[in-house]
Design a binder for this molecule. Sequence first.
Ligand code: SF4
Length: 457
Amino acid sequence: MFLSVFDMFKVGVGPSSSHTMGPMVAAARFLDTMRASPFDFHGLRASLHGSLAFTGVGHATDRATILGLAGFQPDSYDHDKAEAILAQINATHTVHPESLPALHFNPQDDLRFDFGPNLPGHANGMILMATDAQGDVILQETYYSIGGGFVMTEAELAAGKDTDEGAPVPFPFKSAAEMLEMAQISGKSIAEMKKANEISRGCTESLAKGCARLWQVMNDCIDRGLTTDGTLPGGLGVKRRAKSIHDALQAERGMNLNAPHTINDWMSAYAMAVNEENAAGGQVVTAPTNGAAGVLPAVIRYWLDHVPGATASRIDEFLLTAAAIGGLVKFNASISGAEAGCQAEVGSASAMAAAGLCAVMGGTPEQVENAAEIALEHHLGMTCDPVKGLVQVPCIERNGLGAIKAVSAASLALRGDGTHFVPLDAVIETMRQTGADMHEKYKETSLGGLAVNVPNC
Ligand code: SF4
């Protein structure tokens, strides 16, 4: 199994990796299929199913699908250009994807929210169709947005084609137990093994440059969030809070006013800054998803700004370690809220951040595995119930708490010797089983929990 650090951490657009980025990626893939096809296309249609239908409006799935069919991609998303193109599509009912003819697409009629049963493969399903001059469908593909911006066709899902097609990597660990065994035999850290796997598929220079860019985008996102106030879009009237919390923390600095636990407010402010940007449709990095995108950057920023001895030169090590843990969770359970609830999103993010922090603070592979285990264990059972289908409540604050748990988990692990009672593999399997047993209304449908108990007019 190999899942690159650049698959786990992808530069993209808010508010949701599964509901915004995934559909945009699916649309891009469908356009490629059309380009490779001999047919003469005249129009497009799309239908959204399961969670993509239930929380699609709140998560901007409709917008992402339309823009994707017009040729937009998450990595190069330009907000102002997107607004202009959307207005044009609504006025002309036509999209102009590159290397294809102009195609009829009226969002009102040609994009359908299907509130019937889920498609068979996954809770996040969508069907994209291309039509001929008579309006008959001549090409159709079903896509599943399986979390974190990952997309699979029906056939890929059935074949189990999830993470890897390339040559074998030097350290092909599929479980935490295998990871620890390989670390012991090789004498390498988790980050060193992950780096060797990455280098076997690419080159050192692109790895360093890519990691630097990821941290740059994450940190820029924190800074934008810490300097922007106002009300978030979507109709809930949620006010941005990261800036005011950060302003207050800065004003209190050096005044000896604060209890030690105020450090938690710094972590929350960093995480909330990212998730407020995400909720506003800004640029974020999936870590491992958009909804959970604040946890890991907040922990890195906390480490860099508040922990003596921290150095930006070890951010690669942090990201590689976190990606190794995220890969184990994705491979053996899920990072999708629609599949397994928020334990799979903020829980996974917290485990990844705990592992990364433990590693850069000198943890052994056993302590790193322990840190991830503690963080994930104490998110087990957490449901996904976003109010009004927006990635705002409880998501924004929850990222702050996920960061705080990650730091506590790393700290606890560093106080031990790596031996512990519950293996990470057992927690990942428990998360998978709990997710499978979880009622659908708690899996990103907004049909239960806070979503039905909090007034959202
Ligand atoms: S509750 Fe958690 S899983 Fe659900 S949308 Fe919010 S962050 Fe994502």
